[in-house]
Each structure stands twice: as C-alpha cells, then as structure tokens.
Design a protein around this ligand. Structure first.
Ligand code: PGA
Length: 249
C-alpha cells in the first residue's frame, strides 16, 4: 500500500503569537504540495492564530502536547477538547524533551494516546534511543517497549491512523542526522513491532516519520526509504528551508 507522506514541523518553544503568524504567512506558499500532508505543530498559545493564518491552504495545525483528562483542576494543562475547538488535527505525544525534562513516562504517553483517539486528534507518538543505548546495542529493545506501552489498548483501526516519529535522541538539534540506513533500519523495526502487536494490514497503514536534524539536503534520501513516511522537523521547520523539505522531490 502506498502511504501518504506526512511532514510536520515541531516549533518547540519558539515564536511568540505575532512571530508565529508572520512565520505561518511566510511558509504558507512555500509548503504547498498536494501530495504530502503538511502539519505545523506550534506552541499552545499560537494555535488559534496560526490556524487562522493558514486558512485556505491544506496545512494542518498540530499541538506539541496535551493532557489526558477532559477538564478540571489541572492548572496549566490543555485539554483535548480545547485543542479540537481551536482547530487542531494532530498532537505530538511523548517527545523526548517532554520525557527528559518533564518526566513523561510511557504510561503517560499511553493515556494521552487513548484520549487523542477519543477526540479524533491524530497522535504523532515519538520514540527514540539515547546514544548510550545505541552503543549498548539495546536500541530496538528500548523502542519496542516505548511503542508497545504507548499503544496499549489502542485498537487496530485507531493504530492504522496513527503516526510514529522515530527520533534518535542523539540526532535531535545536534546537526547529527542518523544515516539513512540507521533510520530505515529502526523504522522497519517499528513497523515489524506493529505487525506483531496488531497485524500486517495495520503495520502497512501506520505512518512512521524520521526526526532528528532533518534538513533540505538529507530529506530526499531519508524520505525515499521504504519504511520512512516523512519527517518530524525541528530547527529547519522555523525557516524557509521547510518549504524545500516539504517539496523534497
Ligand atoms: P531537530 O528537532 O530537527 O531540530 O533535530 C527534531 C525534533 O525534536 O522533533
């Protein structure tokens, strides 16, 4: 089955509301590509304005995090219903920065995954190993655990619509992209894990991105790999270069 590519920008903690609008307006014509799903994952405070700024294009707006409760006394958190009402279609869950700095566990990520599906928000679930784990030869063991726990109680029909982002931690923001072969190997391993947990049809449908210092020069070869269905792009998504990445062919 030919999977549609999905290329998402992860703006992280960058861009004030007015800066976010300016960037969205600048990128809008540059990221036009009807063959690819294009998503801007932006800080929560920028979501409403960016959604307005990209109207009339096929760009989708995503969030960078979400809480797993419906509403109530959770000071500082953002609920799934708030995101949906603001026009959000995707949410990044379990990014390594959230796991490292905010203590998110695989169990937290799983609760968020289930909530996202309940609200018809497509999760972009992140996984990836540290350099130490790679050197110890436990990359796939670690990632399989992240994926298996993250997808606990997720149905096959839901999993088919999900996105997994493989992001080796040592490649994020370091300018050190995994080699194409390394990225393809792990993405194929993730797909095999989904086939084990579910079935071949689910593994065939789910989209797996590579992330970690993706740029206009590395995107074409990465995205041409059989198990890499696009990218999650940090630094280069804040620049005109993102247009080149989206139009990588
Ligand atoms: P990077 O970030 O492209 O700046 O390495 C990727 C990410 O963390 O999603």
């Amino acid at each position: 089955m030919a999977r549609r590519k999905i290329i998402a920008g992860n703006w992280k903690m960058n861009k004030t509301p007015s800066e976010a609008v300016a960037l969205a307006v600048e990128l809008k014509p540059l990221v036009a590509n009807e063959d690819v799903d294009v998503v801007f994952c932006v800080p929560a405070i920028d979501i409403v304005l960016v959604a307005e700024a990209v109207k009339g294009s096929s760009i989708k707006v995503g969030a960078e995090n979400m809480y797993f409760e419906e509403s109530g006394a959770y000071t500082g958190e953002i609920s799934p219903a708030m995101l949906v009402d603001a026009g959000v279609k995707y949410v990044i869950l379990g990014h390594s920065e959230r796991r490292e700095y905010f203590g998110e566990t695989n169990e937290d990520v799983n609760k968020k995954m289930l909530k996202a599906f309940e609200h018809n928000i497509t999760p972009i679930m992140c996984c990836g190993e540290t350099l130490e784990q790679r050197e110890q030869g436990v990359t796939m063991d670690f990632i399989r655990q992240q994926v298996k726990v993250g997808f606990q109680n997720v149905t096959a029909d839901q999993a088919k619509t999900a996105v997994i982002a493989y992001e080796p931690i040592w490649a994020i923001g370091t300018g050190k992209t995994a080699t194409t072969a390394q990225a393809q190997e792990v993405c194929a391993g993730i797909r095999a894990c989904i086939a084990e947990v579910y079935d071949e049809a689910t593994a065939d449908a789910i989209r797996i991105q590579y992330g970690g210092s993706v740029n206009a020069a590395t995107a074409p070869e990465l995205f041409a790999q059989p198990d890499i269905d696009g990218g999650l792009v940090g630094g280069a998504s804040l620049k005109a270069e993102f247009g080149k990445i989206v139009n990588y062919k």
